[in-house]
Design a protein around this ligand. Sequence first.
Ligand code: PMP
Length: 453
Amino acid sequence: MQQLGSFWRRRDLAHIWHPCTQMHDHEAGNIPLLPIRRARGVWLEDCDGRRYLDAISSWWVNLFGHGRAEIAAAIARQANELEHVIFAGFTHRPAIELAERLTALAPPGLERVFFADNGSAAVEVALKLSFHYWYNQGRPERTRFVALGGGYHGETLGALGVGDLGLYRAVYRPLLIEPLVVNPPDCRGLPPAEWEAASRNAFAAMAETLRRHHETVAAVIVEPLVQCAGGMRMYHPVYLRLLRGECDRYGIHLIADEIATGFGRTGTLFACEQAAISPDLMCLSKGLTGGFLPLAAVLMKEELYQAFYGEYQQGRNFLHSHSYTGNPLACAAALATLDLFEKDDVLAANRRTAALMAENAMLLAGHPHIADVRQTGMIVAFDMIAERDTRTPYPAAERRGLGVYRYGLEHGVLLRPLGDTIYCMPPYVITPDEVERMIDVVRRGIDAVTTGR
Ligand code: PMP
């Protein structure tokens, strides 16, 4: 059995360059490369028969478990009808139905849908649409974007430009948009009762930036409620409410990047709902297809659509296309995913699972090397630190988070810490026993890399 894994590993390493990976770590055996043969529910199974609980929903895409039969069947049905067709000049039922259902589910006023095929592409579309809108409106001086410190919106050049993670951004800086970066409403280290006041206070920096620069700003882009890749930094919905107010005051677009937070992850179908706001543009991807196929959608207000509408000769067109725009297989997967939301009260079930995650996570709250246990919906996060009282982090070079990753795999749980921030963001179908097991492995993993126990 053991040989099968190494057989595939050897062949992989001969040709494949994996994302977000220093390949030397695989060659040197610092990080295992695991050939996965199949997956069902929350479980991945490798070629040697070992199983791993997917505590990160395979980069936050999976909602209803791997191999979910209804989605698989919908894709198979669609593949036998129409696998793909150019989406310029042609259309099809899965895309039409999906656009109808997404606009019906989204916050009010988001009436138009532009499809793309991954999260970064959706962010590119939203940035270009906002920028181009102001050009079409005769306000070409509105060229700048405002973004939050610690934000992440993808890794294509435009999306990377409005992100603020040095690790991803530094080398490419000469190629990137320079946004106005505002200190984020980062509630790490605070009890939930203080999140609202802290988020309100943090908004002063945003208000000031908009007051000073609004005449040249096209849009503000944010990850609503949780800045995920930036370390699962969470904040209170009041920040979004205040932001909506100031964007309205100055007529600036608000772009909600719900690529990670959308589809029930934060407790509501979309995180923006908790602030009772509608953004001008909303980017969706990841969970949109239940984690089966790449697809993205940018939902927008009618006003944006109208700014590009007119006789061809007026030159107002939005010229942006991807070959796989509106792919019917992906749209069919998305429709089947929305059916699952309709069939069961997923959000109510998630609330129960989230409460269970909180209960288990709280057992770690007094741990000498955990600074902060925080939660928003189906995301719990823990910061691992050297010294709790002084909140001293471990030197990054020690790669302790990586130690937890390795420990997790050795004990059958796929965690993928962000530096020393460990988090769980499991598929919604995780059972109470599996929640317990997942959090227990987090605890033991942190123990192993902090105290060596
Ligand atoms: N925005 C957010 C908030 C994300 O979390 C991600 C992916 N982690 C992206 C954009 C980029 O999506 P993709 O990886 O599909 O390009």
